[in-house]
Design a protein around this ligand. Structure first.
Ligand SMILES: NC(=O)c1ccc[n+]([C@@H]2O[C@H](COP(=O)([O-])OP(=O)(O)OC[C@H]3O[C@@H](n4cnc5c(N)ncnc54)[C@H](O)[C@@H]3O)[C@@H](O)[C@H]2O)c1
Length: 249
């Protein structure tokens, strides 16, 4: 089987201004993609990393939970790059909140950013992939879905939803050369987890893993790069757990 270089392909990374998404955007550029970043915050640093890696970079303000904002982002990406071949649904929020103290507004906000977003981004970019007969949708889930840790009912529900969505969409678009998969990280050191309650769990969780160190964003980029490539053309509807061997799912 011959494989095509990713050069000429276009990737979208949501939440690519920081953390895991920034590492994904940089790796996609290294792999030869032009990369468009959707984020609430400024992604200048990520665009610099993309360009340093030799790629074309573009970033726009986008709230992935808003239909209007995603529609506007999709139009901008279309104008900039013409098409999207790889969609990486990475944007996510993870406020630690006890269910008994959780408001309806917070539940909806987490589901909106983590799960409704993949509907909106998918509606924007999957039709073009199907039409061209090639595409990759990679969404970030979490091993909180497998472990079921507390203070995370909204988050865990959203991340389970990401897996369910991907399994079903995979069945619909497989015949058109489009694969749909998820990556489930364990606890990853990012600026957000470092300043959140998660920081207190880094050392204890590392001891539960087969590989006893805290996961970093760069530990995830190989799995994403593989799923985005031609080498993974026959892998779809799957969840790849990348957590140093914490969950043996
Ligand atoms: N860090 C972890 O331990 C961990 C573990 C498992 C899964 N994840 C998942 O990985 C993904 C990235 O996590 P991270 O730790 O890198 O997060 P992060 O907070 O470091 O970065 C997330 C990015 O998403 C952006 N974002 C947030 N809400 C948005 C919105 N409504 N629209 C557009 N952009 C938005 C933020 O501005 C930020 O740039 C999330 O889906 C998260 O749930 C993280």
């Amino acid at each position: 089987m011959t494989t095509r270089s990713a050069t000429g392909r276009v990737a979208v990374v949501t939440g690519g201004a920081a953390g895991i998404g920034q590492a994904f955007a940089e790796r996609l550029a290294v792999d030869g993609h032009a990369v468009a970043v959707a984020d609430l915050g400024p992604a200048d640093e990520t665009v610099r990393l993309i360009e340093k890696a030799g790629g074309r970079g573009f970033a726009a303000h986008c709230d992935v939970s808003s239909p209007e904002s995603v529609r506007a982002f999709a139009a901008e990406v279309e104008g900039e790059f013409g098409q999207v071949d790889v969609l990486v649904n990475n944007a996510g929020i993870y406020p630690a909140t006890a269910f008994l103290g959780m408001s309806w507004a917070e539940w909806q906000r987490v589901l909106g950013v983590n799960l409704n977003s993949i509907f909106l981004l998918g509606q924007a970019f999957v039709p073009g992939m199907v039409q061209r007969g090639w595409g990759r949708v990679i969404s970030v889930s979490s091993t909180t879905f497998h472990s079921g840790i507390g203070l995370n009912t909204h988050y865990t529900a959203s991340k389970g939803g990401v897996i369910g969505f991907s399994r079903s969409l995979a069945a619909e678009v497989g015949e058109h050369g489009v694969t749909v998969n998820t990556i489930a990280p364990g606890l990853v050191r990012t600026a957000t987890t470092e300043k959140g309650p998660q920081a207190a769990w880094f050392d204890a969780l590392a001891q539960l893993q087969a590989i006893k160190r805290t996961q970093e964003p760069h530990d995830l980029v190989g799995a994403m790069s593989f799923l985005a490539s031609d080498h993974a053309a026959f892998i779809t509807g799957q969840t790849l757990v990348v957590d140093g061997g914490w969950m043996r799912a």
